[in-house]
Design a protein around this ligand. Structure first.
Ligand SMILES: *[C@@H]1O[C@H](CO)[C@@H](O)[C@H](O)[C@H]1NC(C)=O
Ligand SMILES: *[C@@H]1O[C@H](CO)[C@@H](O)[C@H](O)[C@H]1NC(C)=O
Ligand SMILES: *[C@@H]1O[C@H](CO)[C@@H](O)[C@H](O)[C@H]1NC(C)=O
Length: 189
């Protein structure tokens, strides 16, 4: 009897450990693959405002998912121009339009963009003791990059809110620090 209860509790422990493992597995966002960087042809890859260009031979991790969304999702804010001729490339995926640097608009990593489901929704971005409302107009592609379509820029990380100048301005971030900032965001009702 004693032996049995020992075995039973051991079994229970194993089941518990396995269950929590499977559960955390489901919660986690793992890379979907890797792509090899190609050097941009002459004159390609707009280096405007420190945009990153793929390095020849360097491996870049890709993601189809992003960390789960909450009322204060942690993210990394980057700078992008959604204007014509800006470093964002073509018009925005959500509305096929360009957007002035003076309007607060963002692109979200592929997982958060979630197959256009957040298109033209507004999110509240909080950092630096301030908040700004910005509209989702584009995807920051975490699944592909280093090709002509992506201006020879690497795939996006999976936790990116890529924002226009107006967002940086509204957050009152000193100009020298524009380009990279830890933020939280939430989706507006
Ligand atoms: C990028 O840099 C150029 C030149 O310094 C500047 O004129 C432009 O406004 C910048 N774009 C953004 C989105 O900050
Ligand atoms: C994305 O949305 C389109 C159009 O609604 C649909 O056809 C497609 O299957 C969706 N893709 C994924 C990965 O959910
Ligand atoms: C998001 O905000 C913009 C600008 O205030 C507004 O025009 C738009 O209707 C809002 N979108 C939604 C889905 O509420």
């Amino acid at each position: 009897m004693k032996m049995f209860s020992y075995k039973a509790s051991f079994l229970l422990l194993v089941i518990l450990v396995l269950t929590s493992f499977v559960y955390s597995e489901a919660q986690q966002c793992r890379p979907s693959g890797r792509i090899k960087g190609k050097k941009a042809p002459q004159g390609q890859c707009n280096k405007e405002n420190d945009s990153d260009c793929c390095k020849n031979g360097k491996m870049y991790t890709t993601y189809e998912c992003s960390p789960s969304v909450s009322s204060h999702t942690k993210a990394y804010l980057t700078l992008n121009s959604f204007q014509k001729g800006g470093d964002g490339g073509g018009p925005s995926e959500c509305d096929n339009k360009y957007h002035s640097d003076d309007t607060p608009v963002v692109a979200l990593s592929t997982g958060w963009f979630n197959n256009k489901s957040r298109c033209l929704n507004n999110i509240t971005i909080t950092a630096n003791g301030r908040s700004v409302v910005a509209m989702v107009v584009d995807e920051c592609d975490s699944t592909m990059g280093c090709d002509e379509d992506h201006d020879y820029q690497p795939p996006c990380q999976n936790n990116i809110v890529d924002a226009s100048k107006a967002v940086w301005k509204a957050l009152n971030v000193p100009h020298e620090q524009w380009g990279g900032l830890d933020i939280t965001w939430s989706q507006n009702a």
